[in-house]
Design a protein around this ligand. Structure first.
Ligand SMILES: Cc1ncc(COP(=O)(O)O)c(C=O)c1O
Length: 373
């Protein structure tokens, strides 16, 4: 059975949710097939001990495959934590800012960067190095517009702002500062030069699996900054020392992350292949916006448009509801934009098939024809 008929046979729609989000069908099928009994184990992955040999293998393989995909070198540790990306908004400053002489610099390119800065302020001094609020976060700064502190403890960026749909197209080049990046919504969607970063964090429920696990990649020398007055579960050293098992880890979420890594490696051509696939999909939708003669208005400026979250509105806002309802009738769901931006947001993460995007594209063109564009 080909993919299309498999999908049809289980009545799946095209899910444009910003997260938790669409998963590869192959991953869901494998999880289903192994649900009652992991091959050779006789126990479901939902039931195994996190200290058992089968989970040793799952954890080791997942760490190994993720390191290989991203090209994580010996200078960086990789750990799996809980608490979502939101807990990292606090753990990053607790570990890297507490006790440091300089402030933390935040480049705020959207809602998530804003939230990260807000949490960091609870811990120490924050310098807003740039903030795009005045244009509702529709673009990124040029390097010259960013005001870095000479003694910054770190500089925090958000590689992809999920709500506004703006994405750094390259690893930001911000001099010698320790770069910290919230990669939650474009993690594993393209290659990243990990060596450039002090710390990268990403929740899994967009491109990398399901909610419950957050990957943190931290340069080893930064672990020396954590102070002994931190609660141990909030101290990166605890998790590194205990190999992501200082308490019971989210076993199933790690298992799914492992399957997603295998899917990217074996079926999508690694992160290079993934990036090509994602750029093709995004390009199809941006082309519709650009050819619509103002019927559809993109939120992000063209040079920083996200390949993950395509945000736009209809020039005639009274058509928004009809657009979303009509889309659902075409099996295209969860397209309503976030309330802070309005309009439409199509989240087209790694696992969104090309067919989902071409169906949306065709629907958009038809909708414009029907509504006088
Ligand atoms: C860029 C970004 N950062 C952080 C978060 C928060 O993640 P979590 O819900 O795992 O705490 C999200 C969730 O949508 C996000 O998109």
């Amino acid at each position: 059975m080909d993919r299309k008929s498999q999908v049809a046979s289980v009545d799946r729609v095209f899910n444009f949710s910003p997260g938790p989000a669409v998963l590869p069908v192959e991953v869901l099928q494998r999880a289903r097939d192994e649900m009652l009994s992991l091959p050779g184990v006789g126990i479901s992955v939902l039931e195994i001990s996190h200290r058992s040999p089968p989970f040793d293998r799952i954890l080791e393989e997942t760490l190994h495959d993720l390191r290989a995909l991203l090209g994580i070198g010996a200078d960086h540790e990789l750990v799996f934590l809980q608490g979502g990306a939101s807990l990292q908004f606090s753990m990053v400053p607790m570990n890297l800012l507490r006790g440091q002489p300089g402030p933390a610099d935040y480049v705020i390119t959207g809602t998530w960067g804003q939230t990260g800065a807000k949490e960091a302020r609870r811990e120490g001094r924050v310098n807003v190095a740039w903030d795009g609020a005045s244009t509702n976060y529709d673009h990124l700064p040029t390097t010259g517009e960013i005001t870095l502190s000479p003694d910054a403890a770190y500089v925090h960026v958000t590689s992809n702002e999920t709500i506004q749909g703006v994405q750094w197209k390259h690893d930001p080049d911000l001099g010698s500062a320790t770069l910290v990046c919230d990669c939650s919504s474009d993690f594993l969607s393209r290659p990243v030069d990990v060596a450039k970063y002090g710390l990268i964090y990403a929740c899994a429920q967009k491109n990398a699996g399901i909610a419950g696990v957050t990957a943190v990649i931290i340069r080893k020398d930064l672990l020396d900054r954590s102070r002994d007055d931190l609660p141990s579960m909030l101290d990166y050293r605890t998790h590194v020392k205990n190999g992501s098992r200082s308490n019971t880890p989210p076993v199933f979420a790690i298992y799914i992350l492992g399957l997603v890594c295998q899917w990217i490696r074996d079926q999508m051509g690694g992160l290079e292949g993934m990036a090509r696939h994602n750029a093709t999909k995004a390009g199809l939708l941006y082309e519709v916006l650009d050819r619509s003669a103002g019927f559809y208005v993109g939120h992000a400026k063209p040079e920083c448009r996200s390949d993950m979250n395509v945000t736009f509105r209809l020039a005639d806002e009274s058509l928004d509801k009809a657009f979303v309802a009509g889309a659902a009738a075409h099996r295209l769901v969860d397209l309503k934009g976030h309330r802070s931006v309005g309009g439409i947001r199509a989240s087209i993460y790694n696992a969104m098939p090309l067919e989902g995007v071409t169906t949306l594209r065709d629907y958009m063109i038809d909708f414009q024809k029907k509504h006088g564009g």
